[in-house]
Design a protein around this ligand. Structure first.
Ligand SMILES: [Zn+2]
Length: 178
């Protein structure tokens, strides 16, 4: 098991909805172990398979400061949402961006464990918010799409500027014809 490379926006694999997983096998167990290692190495609280380029519906979370509370959700589905709030989010795949998002702060989730055993759990506060962020990943959606229109516009302008700068630097290095 080793930490994997986390894909960064705008990688198209982060925009691809994942199909429900049906094979609860040794390969899934390996993916789960790798996701947990990667999450720990990155210092995050949640990570989903598409973030490492694997399009299986698997998310892991660990909200404990000492990394002792790993949670695994296979095929997670949010079946009820209660209480809404504006929360500040960031994402390992969108480095440097922090933004406010409207989320339910209490959710009921239905999922399976890596052995295929179904379970239901009620999550609150950061737990609930993190799970919604991860389910978004499995649906090919990033939290920046949930930011306010003005914030999104500003990020798009910054993106375009960064792309122009990168292209100019590559041209200067002679790696790409102008
Ligand atoms: Zn994320």
């Amino acid at each position: 098991m080793a930490p994997l490379t986390i894909l960064a926006h705008p990688d198209t694999r982060l925009r691809t909805p994942c199909a429900p997983l049906t094979a609860f096998d040794a390969d899934l167990a390996r993916l789960v172990a790798d996701l947990l290692d990667t999450l720990k190495a990155a210092g995050g609280i949640g990570l989903s398979a598409p973030q490492v380029g694997d399009l299986r519906r698997v998310s892991v979370m660990d909200l404990a400061g000492d990394r002792t509370a790993p949670e695994v959700f296979v095929n997670p589905e949010i079946v009820a949402r209660r209480r809404w709030g504006i929360v500040e989010e960031s994402c390992l795949s969108v480095p440097g961006v922090v933004g406010n998002v409207l989320r339910a702060t209490r959710v009921l989730v239905r999922a399976a464990d890596p052995a295929g055993e179904p379970f239901e759990r009620e999550l609150e506060d950061m737990h609930a918010v993190c799970l919604q962020h991860e389910v978004d990943h499995l649906n090919g959606k990033l939290f920046i799409e949930r930011l306010s229109p003005i914030r999104r516009l500003r990020l798009r302008l910054e993106d375009a500027r960064a792309r122009r700068r990168a292209a100019a630097a590559e041209r200067q290095a002679g790696r790409r014809p102008a």
